[in-house]
Design a protein around this ligand. Structure first.
Ligand SMILES: CCCCCCCCCCCCC/C=C/C(=O)SCCNC(=O)CCNC(=O)[C@H](O)C(C)(C)COP(=O)(O)OP(=O)(O)OC[C@H]1O[C@@H](n2cnc3c(N)ncnc32)[C@H](O)[C@@H]1OP(=O)(O)O
Length: 248
């Protein structure tokens, strides 16, 4: 699950445990509760850092949980997708700057979670940013692509990220304009994130204005997030399931 601590004027949301931090409803809700608490305690001088314990930031959706869905209507995958979209919208609407301190692998939905922060700092000694859908035979959701396009400036990099499923190290991420800065270890990454957060809170921006302006910058993502993208008809065979679930 996750914890929320306050270090001076910076909130640190940590996804805890040594597992893959797969994004299922339980973990997503735990993160959302922490965000709501940070929001309730926010002032003109606060910032949020999201990080994780272990070798994963988040290895993406909890596919085994979703695939074990007894409901032919695939309610589990719809629930997982809807909750992640709510979480991303809440991050985009948070009245304070947000920083992802990526201290481990961030795959697919986990990569999207990291990208949904204003800043992305990453350890350079290990960890990949990895949009893995092509490698695991799933169509990428349109809203994932919208996040990639909003956050990454070059169509050639979109192609590398989505159409080659590149395993992107921090150094390459800096090169490609995805990672703001690369650091020697998980601890150094979090320390750098705290320093960045403290620098940002010194500007004493009005959180409501910050959130409104971020929503304007990410209006294209919000527009796609909100559209009711549901899974297609049930009962399709495995081969076509990726088509079925591609609109999650
Ligand atoms: C059918 C109806 C129901 C539908 C059900 C589905 C519902 C959901 C629909 C999906 C919709 C599409 C959208 C999908 C979203 C998702 O999130 S789906 C899930 C996505 N997740 C994944 O695909 C998992 C991907 N992860 C991995 O493949 C691996 O975990 C990893 C990221 C590649 C890491 O590998 P791992 O072995 O786990 O870890 P490590 O041992 O740390 O690393 C492997 C080797 O790499 C070396 N390494 C690590 N970092 C670096 C670095 N920065 N630089 C260089 N090398 C590095 C590391 O040392 C290891 O090397 P070796 O020791 O030599 O192996």
């Amino acid at each position: 699950m996750c914890t929320l601590e306050r270090r001076g004027d910076v909130f640190i949301l940590t996804i805890t445990g040594g597992d893959e931090h797969r994004l299922n409803p339980e973990l997503i809700d735990s993160i959302r509760v922490a965000l709501a608490r940070a929001k309730s305690e926010s002032t003109r001088s606060t910032a949020l850092i999201t990080t994780a314990q272990g070798k994963f930031f988040s290895n993406g959706y909890d596919l085994s949980w979703a695939l074990s869905d007894p409901d032919p209507a695939r309610l589990r995958s719809k629930t997982m997708s809807k909750k992640l979209r709510l979480l991303v919208e809440e991050l985009i609407s948070l009245p304070m700057p947000t920083i992802a301190a990526v201290t481990g692998h961030a795959s697919a939905a986990g990569f999207i979670l990291a990208l949904s922060h204003d800043y992305l700092l990453m350890r350079k000694d290990r960890g990949y940013l990895y949009m893995s859908e092509l490698d695991i035979n799933y169509d990428i959701p349109r809203w994932f692509v919208q996040v990639v396009k909003n956050k990454i400036g070059s169509p050639k990099i979109w192609r590398s990220v989505v159409l080659t499923a590149a395993k992107i190290t921090a150094a390459v991420g800096v090169d490609w304009g995805i990672v703001d800065s690369a650091h020697g270890s998980a601890e150094e990454t979090v320390d750098a994130a705290v320093k960045l957060g403290m620098d940002l809170v010194r500007r004493k921006w009005d959180g409501k204005v910050y959130a409104a302006n971020r929503r304007a910058v990410l209006a294209d993502v919000l527009a796609v997030l909100g559209s009711d993208e549901t899974v297609g008809d049930s009962g399709e065979d495995d081969a076509s399931q990726s088509k079925v679930v591609s609109r999650l």
